[in-house]
Design a protein around this ligand. Structure first.
Ligand SMILES: Cc1cc2nc3c(=O)[nH]c(=O)nc-3n(C[C@H](O)[C@H](O)[C@H](O)COP(=O)(O)OP(=O)(O)OC[C@H]3O[C@@H](n4cnc5c(N)ncnc54)[C@H](O)[C@@H]3O)c2cc1C
Length: 512
């Protein structure tokens, strides 16, 4: 059953085996897996419940409806935009459906440096193989690549750099190019189309989802979590309190919000909650082509160049990805207020857009404060700044190799590259906080997983150190950033945590 704020007229008390906060990539899977084991679940979701018929593909309606803080979340003091979904289904509803398994090298670091148990590639494969068919992961076929994607393919091939079509979780994509605005055809196999409805139809008696409901604290008695207190946004300005008593609690509110909830609940027992956040900052580089590109038509984000990424090199670098955006979001990749964005946007149909996804160091911190309740402090290390500049230069090289007449970077001061000779401009402008617009859609970390309590917030199976039955399970537990798009890793780790909890139910939850 999905209960919406408009259905509530008084304070509510719920009891369940498990309370889960957040219904995104992790929370939705945990709810399904727990119900499969016969456990009753109350799932709390801050955002609204919007089935696909609510999606009208208009940015001005969809961004406020589906994104955290209407899409306006920025790092301090750098001002990088960090997008996260906030609705039933979480960020999976607005994401680009790109699917990568966790790179083996990254799993190696987690095992060797952070002593995480059971995340070797062989073990993780089992969880990927469980999730992938459920969300219909398949590789985009070469004939399906649109012009924007072909530009990345052709440009990188000319330079001798390796790449491949992406795997995506989209079944019979209708190729509208508007994944970021929610898939109105229901072909993107987000949580909203898969685990959530499956849970409702098979386990409707066991799982109750409250939408429009913000968890405000996790309650505890000594080292045991006892439940969650939440606020339900009812009709108009009315709010109601919801109290859930549970035997076991999963916090799966996503990076930033999960740390915020732990901090707000006074559960930062080792002082590490909120530390070690990465965001995969991804500056856009735009290529202007004489012919029309129409990057908004066809399958978006369908190709990647991995020449400089951890997937190929085994070390931190960057992945060049062909991304495309609807006009408002696209305009944010263009030079800022000191230039005529409208004039630049008149070439929209001729633009190709590449993003270089930086495999950044985990140096960000979530702390309480600010108008949103939590602040994400984040800046580039000097090594990351160097890599970001290199990634932008190589993205520009790809576009020039594919025939772009000019390449425009996302520096606030208009920066145009016409040939290899101009590439040093990127370096001289730099990537300082006042120089460049950078977007991120992959915040990770803040509640680091580790095999030992020193340096970690949760253990190898997502249980918070110092607590018997409190778990954090979402992108916030990654020990390091991934260097590839993260949704499959979140889903696999959630499947693994659920299996572990199921096998050890009596130990964690008490009773049988
Ligand atoms: C625009 C965009 C494009 C992306 N594209 C890709 C892609 O192509 N491939 C890929 O692999 N990844 C992509 N991602 C990232 C991927 O979707 C996320 O990494 C993944 O969904 C994170 O899962 P999660 O469970 O940690 O959090 P989420 O999926 O974000 O879910 C967290 C949920 O918790 C809710 N919540 C927060 N606070 C509270 C609270 N206090 N009480 C109750 N509920 C709360 C939120 O509203 C949200 O619905 C993209 C993300 C975005 C935003």
């Amino acid at each position: 059953m999905i209960v919406q704020g408009k259905d509530i007229a008084q304070s509510v008390l719920e009891r369940a085996d498990v309370c889960i906060v957040g219904s995104g990539a992790a929370g939705a899977i945990l709810a399904w897996e727990m119900a499969e084991m016969g456990r009753s679940v109350v799932l709390l979701e801050k955002g609204g419940y919007h089935p696909r018929n609510d999606f009208n593909q208009r940015e001005e309606d969809m961004i406020p409806m589906l994104y955290k803080n209407s899409g306006l979340q920025f790092t301090l003091p750098t001002g990088f935009a960090v997008a996260q979904g906030s609705c039933v289904g979480g960020s999976t509803v607005v994401n680009d459906a790109v699917c990568f398994r966790t790179p083996d090298a990254v799993l190696g670091w987690w095992t060797d440096q952070y002593k995480v148990d059971g995340v070797d590639p062989g073990t993780m494969k089992r969880y990927f193989e469980k999730v992938e068919p459920r969300i219909s992961v398949g590789v985009v076929q070469p004939f399906e690549l649109n012009r924007n994607n072909l530009i990345l393919k052709q440009g990188s091939e000319k330079l001798g750099w390796s790449g491949a079509p992406n795997s995506r979780n989209c079944k019979n994509c209708r190729q509208c190019g508007l994944c970021h605005l929610g898939c109105s055809y229901g072909t993107k196999q987000s949580m909203l189309e898969t685990y959530i409805p499956d849970t409702q139809s098979k386990h409707g008696d066991l799982v109750k989802i409250y939408a429009d409901t913000t968890a405000t604290s996790v309650t505890r008695s000594g080292s045991r979590a006892t439940g969650v207190i939440a606020t339900v946004a009812g009709t108009g300005d009315r709010t109601f309190s919801l109290s859930v008593k549970a035997k076991l609690v999963f916090v799966s509110a996503g990076t930033v919000a999960s740390s915020e909830l732990l901090l707000r609940s006074g559960l930062n027992i080792n002082g590490l909650v909120g530390k070690g956040v990465a965001i995969h900052p991804s500056p856009g580089v735009v290529g202007d082509f004489a012919e029309t590109v129409n990057g908004h038509e066809g399958i978006p984000m369908a190709y990647h160049c991995d020449e400089f990424s951890v997937v190929k090199t085994g070390k931190r670098g960057y992945m060049i990805e062909s991304i495309f955006l609807a006009p408002y979001q696209f305009s944010l990749s263009l030079p800022g207020f000191d230039y005529d964005v409208k004039q630049l946007m008149s070439r929209y149909n001729h633009y190709a857009l590449l993003g270089s996804l930086l495999h950044d160091e985990n140096v960000g911190t979530v702390r309480l404060g600010g108008p949103l309740g939590a602040v994400l402090e984040y800046g580039l290390t000097s090594a990351d700044a160097k890599l970001m500049i290199e990634g932008m230069k190589n993205s520009a090289r790809v576009l020039l190799a594919a025939g772009a007449t000019q390449v425009i970077t996302s520096h606030r001061k208009k920066t145009v590259i016409y040939s290899e000779d101009d590439l040093d401009l990127i370096e001289s402008r730099g990537v300082g906080p006042t120089e460049i617009n950078v977007a991120s859609a992959h915040p990770q970390g803040g509640n680091r997983m580790g095999g030992k309590p020193e340096g970690a917030v949760v253990d190898s199976y997502s249980k918070v150190y110092g607590f018997e039955n409190l778990f954090v399970c979402d992108a916030s537990v990654f020990p390091t950033s991934l260097g590839v798009n993260p949704q499959l890793t979140v889903m696999a780790l959630a499947t693994r945590a659920a299996e572990h909890v199921g096998e050890n139910w009596a130990k964690y939850a008490g009773g049988s």
